[in-house]
Design a protein around this ligand. Structure first.
Ligand code: ZN
Length: 96
């Protein structure tokens, strides 16, 4: 579980601080990785979200912790149904 989560507007990243490291996720990258039911087909795993539809200057408007296992991000494109679990953020940090 992260020790800190911070949306840095100027840098355009979500900075996740872990006990042993730190990951800076570019915001458009993170938005395109959303796996909620409106971004990915739950049955086929096919991506519905067109990556090109995500503006490169997208920002996070709101972050809500969900229990102790995830964060829900509200984006400037109005999307707010995607959860990112800590496990998933860890996995994504290996793709940076
Ligand atoms: Zn989504």
């Amino acid at each position: 579980m992260p020790t800190d989560l911070r949306a840095l507007r100027e840098e355009g990243v979500l900075r996740v601080t872990w006990a042993d490291s730190q990951s800076d996720f570019p915001l458009p990258f993170l938005r395109r990785q959303c796996e909620c039911a409106s971004c990915v087909n739950e049955w086929t795993g096919e991506r519905i979200l067109d990556p090109a539809s995500v503006p490169d200057d997208i920002v996070i408007q709101k972050m809500d912790l969900v229990g102790s296992y995830a964060v829900r991000l509200e984006w400037s494109d109005g999307h707010n149904s995607g959860l990112f679990t800590w496990d998933r953020l860890r996995e994504l940090s290996r793709k940076l």
